[in-house]
Design a protein around this ligand. Sequence first.
Ligand code: FUL
Length: 416
Amino acid sequence: MRRTLAFLLCVCAAQAQNFADIRPSPQQIAWQEMEIGVLVHFGTNTFLDREWGDGTADPAVFNPKQLDAEQWVRAAKAAGAKYLIMVAKHHDGFCLWPSRHTDYSVKRSPWKQGKGDVVREAEQACRRHGLAFGIYLSPWDRHDPRYSDNRKYDDYYVAQMTELATQYGPLVEFWLDGAGSEGHVYDFVRYVRTMRTYQPNALLFASLDFMPYADIRWVGNESGFAHEENWNVVDNYGILRWRPAEADTPLRDGHWFWHPNSEKRLKTLEELMEIYHKTVGRGAQLVLGIAPDDRGLLPEADVKRLEEFGAEVRRLYGKPLATAPAANPASIAFPGPRRVDRVVLQEDLAHGQMVRRFRVEARVGDRWVEVSRGTTIGHKRILVFEPVNATAVRVEVEAAMGPVRLKPIAVYDGGR
Ligand code: FUL
């Protein structure tokens, strides 16, 4: 009797979840360290001035004359991206690889006489340039007749997922987009098992209201911001798990696919920097949508903007004014007054996310002045404040869920 009770107590204890005990997987830690990725939309929509194809486009329209995935990858790298996610199939159902399970694909296009494979070209270019590679495979399919039969469609989706998971090397992330799927029931358990079988290190991305098992959660908007208070551990249906946020936003406002004459929608450098600070600077991942045009090349203006963005991030955060080992409070003293306008804080995520509240102070003259404060830190927190001429900077964690492990603290002068 006593042994049964002890056993039951053990079981219950094992099931009770404590927020502060939840840790990321090694794959999630590595993924969060990448901070920036790109998401490439390309397909029949590109040639038809469309965002959401209805599945009736003739594959004959897909005919890029200068497709060069190396050019996409070079631009992504210049922007600071560490991975690229290729949209292998968007909602229109047109497949950018020669899938064995449909003929609605590049096989029936004039491009490379139907012998081409865009997913392969993107993957190979990523491997050559050291970017990690991921794939987006839209669950919503407006072309395939199997979509109206849940079971048959699951077979189709899983067969395509298997092709993509077994023929294109290691995938860092697999995107399940929730758009358009209202009312459709997917066998997500089967999808997750399939991915785990062939690619146990790939992280599944989805909105939590679409697929509860996501390893990476959608941040909840496409405008490029995370909330100031951003926790990695999120409860979903009573289950606590590490679910870091990914914020996807297109480089051209509102356009995931390329459209002619839409250069005016290109986000400005200032907008991109604001997005960077509200995503990466709040411990979330930034994924920028980039879109090759009907030549198969990223437009020159887009390449230039990506280069400017990467250069500005490097200018601001490439070299700190000073760093200090973590302590509470942690303090950095300068030999004389220095102009300071930003601080970067990071938690060592291997020990979980603990910080609930902190403040940053600067020593100006003979006074300590509060220059910033915030709630969560997580992977990274960038605090930008009015410049001060300080002889020291101090960071103090005021409240935490458990023992805090910060990485070294870095102070910057963005005006240099
Ligand atoms: C959305 C889609 O509907 C858009 O077309 C785009 O693919 C974006 C990344 O996700 O849900």
